[in-house]
Design a protein around this ligand. Structure first.
Ligand code: GLU
Length: 303
């Protein structure tokens, strides 16, 4: 149980594969408010390991847009790409211990297994090769946690994911490993993020276990979906958030998060909107379902 005096350390961890859009503003805002309402620290970490997917200028746009919305972070922004050898060392340790192994299965080899790795390379003892993926062994036990909003969620990894990739065939360190190693290294206690990551969490719990660190508390917020059931994306017109529209965007985001901001906040300065939102943050008001439905054009306030 967290007391008002326990240190709270939260974070927002965007991938700079695109500009900040309304859906990512929701995750940033919810994690910021949760941290500040608990007198906690809030970090920003750039998850930029997938170099081919990084979009030029996106990281700067994300940081500038957060700042324009008053979402100021503590300390330096950590960029994962600057710490690559650290992840590789951990992978090497697990390879030596036999907890991880090389895998040369192709996408088409795996297609028939619906994303659940059948263990093809588990006992093949393939020699090291930079062209092979590296997979981590999982167990048959049930790994579960109680999400602050979604309730109890668990998976039996052996059955539901199989041994999973920690380094891809193209050499990129997998998100699952990097996110957990960094959350541990930075001392993150509370994770607030989109519900699309709910089913990554049991794999991450397994990594916490192997790394000997306590898992954080989780709150997975619903995703923005267009009414016809698709996730709002750039394709659906969720254009990059404009710094000049910051008060309207914050107001719309608070409304989407069911925080019921008073109408006078609609055009207040961002500092005032955030001060109100921190003082009135009610995570239990968030819709517990996985989706916030919107018209495909986005929230009315921003049209
Ligand atoms: N980098 C991930 C993303 O942009 C989020 C990671 C996380 O919050 O765990 O989807």
């Amino acid at each position: 149980m967290v007391t008002p005096h326990s240190p709270y350390l939260g974070r927002f961890a965007p991938t700079p594969s695109g500009h900040l859009h309304f859906g990512s503003l929701l995750a940033a805002l919810a994690s910021y408010l949760d941290a500040r309402a608990r007198q906690g620290l809030w970090l920003v970490r750039m998850e930029d390991l997938d170099l081919p997917r990084n979009k030029p200028g996106a990281a700067d746009h994300i940081l500038q847009t957060l700042a324009a919305h008053g979402l100021t972070w503590d300390g330096e922004v950590l960029a994962q790409s600057e710490h690559e050898p650290r992840y590789q060392r951990q992978i090497d340790t697990w390879l030596e211990q036999g907890l991880a192994y090389y895998c040369d299965c192709s996408r088409s080899d795996l297609a028939a297994h619906k994303g659940i790795y059948p263990g093809t390379c588990r006992e093949r003892h393939l020699p090291p090769s930079p062209q092979h993926a590296v997979r981590l062994r999982v167990s048959s036990e049930e790994l579960g946690f109680t999400d602050r909003l979604q309730g109890y969620f668990s998976q039996q990894l052996e059955r539901q994911t199989g041994d999973f990739v920690i380094r891809r065939r193209d050499g990129v360190i997998a998100y699952q490993l990097a996110v957990v190693m960094d959350d541990i290294a930075q001392g993150v206690t509370d994770i607030v993020r989109g519900a699309d990551l709910l089913d990554s969490t049991p794999r991450q719990l397994w990594l916490y276990r192997l790394l000997g660190a306590p898992a954080p508390t989780y709150l997975h917020i619903p995703l923005m979906m267009a009414r016809r059931g698709e996730k709002l994306s750039k394709r659906l017109g969720s254009a990059p958030i404009e710094a000049s529209q910051a008060p309207a965007s914050l107001f719309a985001a608070l409304t989407a998060l069911c925080q019921q901001p008073p109408a006078r906040m609609r055009s207040a300065p961002v500092e005032q909107i955030l001060a109100w939102a921190v003082a009135h943050w009610q995570p239990q008001q968030l819709p517990a379902r996985h989706e916030i439905l919107m018209d495909a054009q986005g929230p009315t306030d921003l049209r």
